[in-house]
Design a protein around this ligand. Structure first.
Ligand code: AMP
Length: 303
C-alpha cells in the first residue's frame, strides 16, 4: 500500500565512544523510508538535497524500491548537514553542528501522483511544513508524525495544529514531558491524546516504548543488544518499521498496532548495530522476522 514519507535528507558526521563516521547518509526520511521498505511498496519520498547528493545514494534508495521523484535536487546547492557526538550511555548526545543549506528553503511540493497515498509519515520537520504536506494529500487512511524538542519549544502552536490532524504521534519521553508540561507519562499521554492523535507512542530509548490507544496501554521492551555502535536514526527507523507493518495490513486494529510497535522496535535494534543506516541496507526479511520473534520471547513466561 502506498506510503508517502516527508522529512530531512542529510549527511551526518557522527562520533560515538566506538569511533566516528563522517559524511554518512542520514536524515529522518532516509531512515524512515529504508526501514519501511522491508514491509511495503511503493514508498514515495519528498525532500530536498543539493547536487552533492551522489548517484550512489539515489541508487541505494532505488534498490529498495523507494521512489525519489519527489526529491528536489538543487543545482549548486549543498545537502543539509548534521554533526553529533554520543556519550558513554548512548542515551544522550550533543549536536555539534547543523547546517541547513538547501533544507532552509524546503517547501514540500507533493507531486500529483503521490497525492492519493494511503499512508503518510511526517518526519521531523517544521510543523508549518507538515501542515503544508497534509493540505496537499487527499484523505489518507493514516497519518503518523514525529517531531523534536526544537519544534516543541520553538513552534508549539503550529505543532498543535499538526497534532489535530494526525492519527499516530511518536515522541520520546523527554519530548512528551516537554509538550505536556507534566512529568508523569500516563497523565502526559492523556494530555497529548486530547490534542488530537488517538494513538500515541512514547519511546524510552533503551527502556522500550509505550503505546497508548483507546484500548489501553501496551509496553514493548527494548532489545538487549550487547553492541550498540550508533543510535543515530533509531527513532526514525522505529517509525519506518511501525508504519511499514501497518501499511501491509488489510485492516488496522489494536493487535496490528501492537505488532507494529514490535516491528518498529526490531528495525531500530538493527539500525544501532552499525554506523548510519548501513545495517538497514543489507537486511533480509528472515532476519527481521527472527528479531520480531525475539521481541515476543523477551516477555514470554513459558508453558
Ligand atoms: P534521530 O536519531 O532519530 O533523532 O534522527 C537522526 C537524524 O535526524 C540524522 O540523520 C540527522 O540528519 C537528522 N536531523 C538532525 N537534526 C535535524 C533537524 N533539525 N531537522 C531535521 N532532521 C534533523
Amino acid at each position: 500500500m502506498s506510503l508517502l514519507v516527508v522529512g530531512s535528507m542529510a549527511f551526518d558526521d557522527i562520533e560515538t565512544p566506538f569511533g566516528r563516521s563522517d559524511n554518512t547518509l542520514g536524515g529522518s526520511s532516509t531512515y524512515i523510508a529504508l526501514s519501511a521498505s522491508y514491509f511495503t511498496e511503493p514508498i514515495r519520498m519528498v525532500g530536498v538535497v543539493g547536487d552533492d547528493f551522489g548517484d550512489e545514494h539515489f541508487n541505494l534508495l532505488h534498490s529498495k524500491n523507494i521512489d525519489t521523484r519527489g526529491v528536489k535536487v538543487v543545482e549548486e546547492g549543498k545537502t543539509f548537514r548534521w554533526a553529533g557526538r554520543y556519550h558513554y550511555d548512548m542515551n544522550t548526545r550533543d549536536t555539534l553542528d547543523t547546517q541547513l543549506n538547501v533544507f532552509a528553503d524546503f517547501d514540500p511540493h507533493i507531486p500529483q501522483q503521490y497525492r492519493e497515498s494511503r499512508f503518510v509519515c511526517l518526519g521531523n520537520i517544521d510543523p508549518v511544513l507538515q501542515v503544508k504536506v497534509l493540505d496537499q494529500i487527499n484523505k489518507p487512511e493514516l497519518v503518523i508524525c514525529d517531531t523534536m524538542n526544537f519544534w516543541i519549544e520553538g513552534k508549539p502552536e503550529e505543532l498543535k495544529k499538526v497534532l489535530e490532524r494526525v492519527d499516530v504521534f511518536i515522541v520520546n519521553d523527554s519530548e512528551a514531558r516537554l509538550l505536556s508540561g507534566e512529568p508523569n507519562l500516563v497523565k502526559t499521554a492523556r494530555m497529548i491524546r486530547n490534542m488530537g492523535p488517538k494513538t500515541l507512542i512514547i519511546k524510552k530509548g533503551e527502556h522500550g516504548a509505550l503505546l497508548f490507544t483507546d484500548n489501553g496501554i501496551f509496553s514493548a521492551p527494548a532489545y538487549p543488544l550487547e553492541s550498540i555502535f550508533d543510535p543515530t536514526g533509531a527513532g526514525d527507523t522505529f517509525a519506518g518499521g511501525f508504519i511499514g507493518h501497518l501499511s501491509r495490513c488489510a485492516k488496522i486494529n489494536e493487535a496490528e498496532m501492537r505488532k507494529a510497535v514490535l516491528y518498529g522496535s526490531a528495525m531500530a535494534s538493527f539500525c544501532v548495530e552499525q554506523f548510519g543506516p548501513d545495517r538497514l541496507n543489507d537486511l533480509d526479511m528472515l532476519e527481521v522476522e527472527d528479531r520480531y520473534q525475539s521481541f515476543l520471547d523477551l516477555s514470554r513466561i513459558g508453558e
